[in-house]
Design a binder for this molecule. Structure first.
Ligand SMILES: C[S@@+](CC[C@H](N)C(=O)[O-])C[C@H]1O[C@@H](n2cnc3c(N)ncnc32)[C@H](O)[C@@H]1O
Length: 195
């Protein structure tokens, strides 16, 4: 199982305008990342779960999780994905945890809590960082959790926490990439090793 956790520091946790995704706390980054995490040509990646930790107003933090093995009706374009997220957020208003539909969940939980949960389950957690160990030389388990930041990046305090908890830093190369680019590169690396 591949799990990706994107920390979206300003993305809205309530209603937003699907015609203005950048204005919804850079929801465009969120949607592109989901599309890249779940879609390959003509099918969904059934071995992948994409978690988005939304930290914008009005109810942060919220985690929207997309499970590739069971989600239905997913499309690949930004606006359709935004519409799925908006609907999920509206249904989750004031609730701790809901199943919106098959393979789609919203939970009131922080980035740190989710990462700690996965480490407790014995999962390998890799933090994507430009100055980490070259991913080509890193050991990557088939069962893996990959965490990364959005346009703002990861808060320093969280980086220290990830280090203390034993998350490994992996680099995808010398350039600072978009969050959505990173996912494709990680998938490719995992595809080459584990398929
Ligand atoms: C657009 S970048 C963040 C830019 C932000 N201004 C910063 O300085 O952190 C989004 C995320 O992608 C990941 N990332 C970008 N380039 C990377 C690289 N070359 N290697 C590993 N991770 C990378 C990091 O997790 C980063 O937080």
């Amino acid at each position: 199982m591949r799990e990706f956790i994107l920390r979206a520091r300003t993305a809205k946790t309530g209603d937003f305008d699907i015609n203005d995704l950048p204005g919804a706390g850079r929801m465009d980054i969120v949607c592109n990342s989901i599309s890249n995490a779940l879609n390959i040509s003509n099918k969904l990646r059934k071995d992948t779960v994409m978690h988005i930790v939304l930290e914008g107003s009005p109810e942060p933090p919220k985690i929207v999780s997309f499970h590739g093995d069971s989600i239905t009706g997913m499309l690949w374009d930004e606006k359709s994905i935004a519409s799925v997220i908006r609907n999920a957020l509206l249904k989750s208003k004031g609730k701790e945890k809901i199943k919106v539909s098959d393979g789609l969940f919203v939970e009131k939980k922080s980035f740190e809590a989710l990462v700690k949960e996965r480490l407790k389950q014995g999962k390998q957690v890799v933090y994507l960082h430009q100055k980490g160990k070259d991913i080509r030389e890193a050991e990557l388990k088939k069962d893996i959790v990959v965490v990364f930041g959005d346009y703002i990046g990861m808060p320093r305090a969280t980086e220290s926490l990830l280090d203390r908890l034993g998350a490994e830093r992996a680099s995808l190369g010398p350039e600072m990439l978009f969050a959505a680019h990173c996912i494709i590169l990680v998938h490719n690396e995992l595809d080459r090793r584990h398929i």
